[in-house]
Structures are given as structure tokens and as C-alpha cells.
Unconditional design. Structure first.
Lengths: 282, 370
């Protein structure tokens, strides 16, 4: 090894003034995207998994499940898997934060003269972009097995927008989870023990109408149900028909989903930022 | 070391640098780091119990202490990563509490474990940091290439750092701390976990940095390393500074040499201990497993002559006999009355390659011949 560090290499000219939050956030987001590209196994929850669910439920379980309101089960299914995949966004964020802490990348960034919040912002942007991937892949897969947008492009656009907004809300859940839990393995454990069942106790794969009383009530108020139903409604697909005695959440899935988005962001974002700061400032 | 074809002797570096003029403006009498009464508690544990620190600009200060002494906490406070509960710290002219951003613009930090991004290549790592230092794309790339070249990483620049050897990762980590052209460098245990060759390579790198006028604060568990690199040594234990000064002063305080003998036959250990006790007048420390007998001595090289004579008479075969400087453990024994709570053996060479310990276990042994 021949070291040729010169005065020039270390010249103390001092760095240029900060160009601000957006630039720093984007640099860190780009790093997050490179990470995803180079860790295909970490991308599985956004690529293989949703497509696998679509195919499994469409072909293996689908034949045995009927939609009470009538209509094609495959079209019913798509809204549910869209919703489930979006909820899993939290997972990816939590994993990237836990990995950062494990690799001490957090400290490296915090010792740099970068905008406050750029690290968290970078993770959020990268994971929001990552959430677009399964939406696109699943839409293509859905089209291939007979799913169609049947209520006009405007409503469909609103449907996609609602999913992305929910993904943004779930990012803060992920930040909270990733800050409270110390290792990537623990994130994985909690994801499977908590988030996974929540996405099943809903109208994700089966209509809520056939569930037993207590579970039905939980499912009806579960935001995963309403997000699924809202997507179905906006894409013009078969969904749960809200009877006269249906709870408000079932009768107004879009509005109820929007309320959840607002509530999750309002509650989780401040908690998450605080938990994150506490987790890194040891 | 899995992939170290780009390593070799480094001695020529310092020579070339010594001819370059020192940067006068950096050699002023100002302090690059000045801290008063730093206290940091974690729950019921006190990590720092009132630490004062002055590091003159352009010098190297080593913070020496065992695991858990508070070294890393001190570095974290000085690099704005954590806030002190009490006290004040000025780094590169700015208060870490009130002007953290200004401090961060002027420092570089190499944390205890090399924190390079494993999924990015060496070059990508440096470019990303350059962009975060607001250099712009082209300038960041140029800076990255310049540093990769300087740290002999050009060949490995395009590979992900997860495949780097420990030494390469450390070098990249050091290169990363220089991206922003820092005035003050903080190196937290820069050689922990490196093998002896990696360690001496890194020492040369640090020498080079110092030669260019950068102020360096480094932490270490090794007295040998502190003596090798630092102008000033601060010994810290349980959150308090227990001694400070240059290596010579510290060693004087600690009280001179240790004679150590390693015998060939385990059965000879008690007899060896008896002889050494008789020569030094002190009850020696015996490590039966290592067949080693150690005792402090004030007789200098004379000790070796006397011990050798007695051993010849008693027909005790010796693997190694040396007069050496105290280890960190012994420094602590003297300064605090209790041994340092180190996870690692106190001398780096025994840490990395136990099979070498029967040869001269450290550099100070050479002094026995003088």
C-alpha cells in the first residue's frame, strides 16, 4: 500500500453551505433505492409475495369462495391484495431503519452537516417509491387474470391515490416500529405476529358477511377491510354490499379510509419522529 | 484479510510528507477541542463523571481506557451525536450543544465499527458522502477518486464493501471521514479488530494525516498505540480522567519496568517465581497457564542479568525473558488499584495472534537491549 495523501487531499477549505433538506433527503432516498435493488430478497414482500397471493387465491382458494354481492372473485380479490401489500409498506421502512442502526449508518449520517430529518425523509421517499412497484406489478398481474377497471379512469386514479396515501401513513407506522424494536430480526417477528394477522382479519380475501359475530365486527372496523373495499369501489369491482344495518365503516369505505390515513399520520408521525430521535441519540 | 493484494510497506509516505511545509495557521495555540465538566448518565450508570479536555490544534490526543470507561461517550458528545447532561464542549470553535451543525461541518468521525455502507461500492460510499457535504456530483466523484487513490482502494473502488477485508473497510472508513475536509478528526478505537499488519498500516495512515496538520482525537485500549500516535494521552476510567500527559510522564507515574519470564516447563513456574521474587524483592504475578512470571522492577536491565544467572544455576529453560513497559492492565492497577475491565488482552499482538506471545510480546521489549 502506498499512501499518497497530500495536503491537497485534506486541505481545510471547509464545505459549501447547505443546499437544504430536499437535496439531502433525495441523496439518502437514492441510497435506499440502491439497497432495494441490491437486496432482491428484501424486495420480495413488494414483488413476489403479492403476485403469489393473487395467483394462490385466484386459482387455489378462489373456486371455493363466493362473493355474496355477486361478481367475479378474482376481481373482488384484487382490492384486498392491493390493501394488504400497502399495509406491508410499514414493514420495509422498519427493516431499513433497523438495518441502518445495526450497521451504524445512523451515526455516520448524524455526524454529517445535513438537514435535520433528511435521513428519515430519505427512508420515507425510498419506501414510498418502493410501494409503487407492487401496485404496478399487481395491476399487470390482475389484468392478466381478468381484473378490470370498471368505474372510469378518474375513480381508478383516485383509487391508486388512496393506496399511495395509505402507504405514506404506513411509513410512519414503520418508523415507529423500526425505532422501538432493536433488530431487523425483531422487526420481522413483529411483522409476522401482528401486521400479518391484521391483514387477514379483514375483507382482504373473503367477504366479511360470512364471518362469525365478534370477528365480523372487528373485520368491519379494520381499516384493511375498508381500504380493500374502498379500492374495490373506486375500481368498480365487486365488493361488500352495505345493507341498511351495516356499520358506517362499511357503508363509507373511502371516507373511513381517509379518516384512518389522517389519524395514523397525526398520531404515528409525531410519535415515530420522537421514538426515532430517542433511538438514535443514545 | 481476504483481499489485500494492494497492501505493502507504507514507510515512504511519511518521508514525503515531512518535506511539506506545516500549515502555520493551524499550528496556532488555539484549542481544537475544549471541554469542561462533561457529565453523561444513562439511567443509573454514569458514563462520564465530569471530564475536562483540551486538545491543541494540530496535535494528536489519545483517550486511553478500558471498555466502558466512557471513551465512546466522550467522542459521541464531542461529535454532537449525544448531548451531555452537564458541562460544555467547544469543537473547532463552536459549542456542540448550540451550534451542532457548524461543528459537524468541521469534523470527521470514524466510529468504533467501520460504518461504511455494505451494499454500496467503495466509490459510491464516498460519492454519497460528498453529495451530503454539498459538493455536487462531479466534485463528489473527483473527491471520491482522489481519496480512493490516497488510501490504495482504487482497485476495489467498484466493489461492494461487504466483500472488503477488515483493513480495507477501515481505510475506506478513514477516507470517508476526510470527504468533508475536516479540521478535527475523531477516531474511536481505529485499530480494534485489526490484525497486526492492518494495525501498523493504519498507524501510518494516521501519522500521515497528522503530518498535514489535522487535529486528531483518538480512543484506544492500548498504551502502545497511544504512545505510538499521540502527543498527549488522557487515561480515563469509570467516566473520570485518572491521569494525563505524554507517554513518558505516564510511565513515570506508573512506576517503571516489568520483568517478564516465560519458562519452557510448566513445572518450573514456582521456582521461577521464587527467583524473581528474590531478585526484585516483590511478590510476582504468576500466570501458570502461560508459564509466565511478571514482577515490577526498579533495577532496569540489571534485573535480566541477575535473573538469567539464577535461572542458569537452577537449570530452568526460558522461552522468553523481557523487560517491558507496563500494559494497560498494569497502568490501571497502579492508577486505580484495580485491574482494567478489558475484554481484550492489553497488548495488541497477543490479542491478535496468541501463538506469537512466546516471542517478544510487545515493542517495549526491545528497550531491554539498550
Amino acid at each position: 500500500m502506498t499512501l499518497t495523501i497530500s495536503d491537497d487531499t485534506i486541505a481545510h477549505t471547509g464545505p459549501a453551505p447547505a443546499r437544504g433538506m430536499l437535496h439531502d433527503t433525495w441523496v439518502i432516498a437514492r441510497r435506499g433505492l440502491v439497497h432495494m435493488k441490491r437486496q432482491p430478497e428484501a424486495l420480495a414482500d413488494a414483488t413476489i409475495q403479492p403476485i403469489m397471493f393473487v395467483l394462490l387465491f385466484a386459482y387455489v382458494f378462489g373456486g371455493a369462495i363466493s362473493v355474496p354481492a355477486g361478481g367475479n372473485y378474482r376481481e373482488f380479490l384484487m382490492g384486498g391484495i392491493f390493501a394488504q401489500t400497502i399495509v406491508f409498506t410499514a414493514f420495509g421502512v422498519a427493516m431499513s431503519l433497523a438495518n441502518d442502526r445495526k450497521n451504524q449508518a445512523v451515526d455516520r449520517f448524524r455526524a454529517l452537516p445535513i438537514a435535520r430529518g433528511a435521513v428519515l425523509g430519505g427512508h420515507a421517499v425510498a419506501n414510498l417509491l418502493k410501494a409503487l412497484l407492487p401496485i404496478i406489478l399487481m395491476s399487470m398481474c390482475g389484468l392478466a387474470i381478468g381484473w378490470r377497471i370498471r368505474d372510469g379512469l378518474v375513480n381508478a386514479a383516485l383509487g391508486y391515490l388512496l393506496l399511495i396515501a395509505f402507504a405514506f401513513a404506513m411509513i410512519w407506522v414503520g418508523v415507529l416500529l423500526g425505532s422501538l424494536v432493536s433488530t431487523p430480526e425483531a422487526v420481522q417477528g413483529i411483522g409476522f405476529a401482528v401486521i400479518f394477522p391484521i391483514t387477514f382479519m379483514a375483507s382482504t380475501f373473503v367477504p366479511t358477511e360470512t364471518m362469525p359475530g365478534f370477528l365480523k365486527t372487528i373485520a368491519e372496523w379494520n381499516p384493511v377491510t375498508t381500504l380493500s373495499n374502498a379500492a374495490r369501489e373506486l375500481f368498480g369491482n365487486p365488493s361488500t354490499v352495505a345493507g341498511p344495518d351495516a356499520p358506517w365503516s362499511i357503508a363509507n369505505p373511502v371516507a373511513y379510509s381517509v379518516i384512518w390515513i389522517v389519524v395514523i399520520i397525526a398520531v404515528c408521525a409525531p410519535l415515530a419522529v420522537r421514538a426515532y430521535q430517542r433511538s438514535v441519540a443514545k | 484479510m481476504t483481499d489485500e493484494k494492494d497492501t505493502g510497506p507504507t514507510s515512504n509516505v511519511c518521508e514525503t510528507l515531512q518535506h511539506k511545509p506545516q500549515r502555520e495557521e493551524l499550528m496556532s495555540t488555539n484549542y481544537a477541542v475544549e471541554a469542561r465538566g462533561l457529565v453523561k448518565r444513562y439511567g443509573s450508570t454514569t458514563a462520564l463523571a465530569g471530564v475536562d479536555l483540551e486538545v491543541p490544534t494540530g496535535t494528536v490526543t489519545a483517550v486511553l481506557g478500558p471498555n466502558g470507561a466512557g471513551k465512546t461517550t466522550a467522542v459521541r458528545i464531542l461529535t454532537t451525536l449525544t448531548e451531555p447532561d452537564e458541562g460544555q464542549a467547544i469543537v473547532a470553535g463552536f459549542d456542540v450543544r448550540t451550534h451542532g451543525h457548524e461543528v459537524r461541518r468541521r469534523i470527521g468521525l470514524a466510529a468504533q465499527d467501520a460504518t461504511v455502507d455494505p451494499l454500496l461500492t467503495g466509490r459510491e460510499n464516498l460519492i454519497m458522502l460528498g453529495e451530503l457535504y454539498q459538493y455536487g456530483k462531479a466534485q463528489s466523484a473527483a473527491r471520491a477518486d482522489e481519496l480512493l487513490e490516497a488510501f490504495s482502494l482504487t482497485e476495489a473502488a467498484g466493489r461492494r464493501t461487504s466483500g472488503y477485508s477488515g483493513g480495507m473497510r477501515r481505510r475506506l472508513d478513514l477516507a470517508a471521514t476526510l470527504v468533508g475536509r475536516p479540521e478535527v478528526l475523531f477516531l474511536d478505537e481505529p485499530t480494534t479488530g485489526l490484525d497486526p499488519r492492518g494495525r501498523s498500516e493504519l498507524w501510518n495512515v494516521i501519522d500521515t494525516l497528522v503530518g498535514t496538520g489535522t487535529t486528531v482525537v483518538l480512543t484506544t485500549q492500548y498504551l502502545e498505540e497511544a504512545e505510538r500516535l499521540a502527543d498527549d494521552i488522557i487515561v480515563i476510567d469509570q467516566g473520570r480522567i485518572i491521569a494525563r500527559g505524554d507517554a513518558r510522564k505516564l510511565k513515570r507515574e506508573v512506576g517503571g519496568d516489568q520483568v517478564q519470564v516465560i519458562v519452557v516447563e510448566p513445572g518450573h513456574v514456582p521456582e521461577a517465581a521464587r527467583i524473581i521474587a528474590a531478585v526484585t524483592g516483590v511478590e510476582p504475578q504468576v500466570d501458570a497457564g502461560a508459564r509466565s512470571v511478571t514482577a515490577p522492577t526498579s533495577l532496569g536491565v540489571e534485573t535480566l542479568v541477575l535473573v538469567a544467572k539464577e535461572f542458569t544455576v537452577a537449570r530452568i529453560a526460558v522461552d522468553d525473558m523481557s523487560l517491558r513497559q507496563p500494559t494497560l492492565d498494569e497502568v490501571f492497577l497502579t492508577l486505580t488499584g484495580s485491574t482494567a475491565d478489558t475484554e481484550f488482552p492489553a497488548t495488541p499482538s497477543t490479542n491478535q495472534s496468541p501463538n506469537q506471545s512466546t516471542q517478544s510480546p510487545n515493542v517495549f521489549a526491545e528497550e531491554a537491549q539498550s
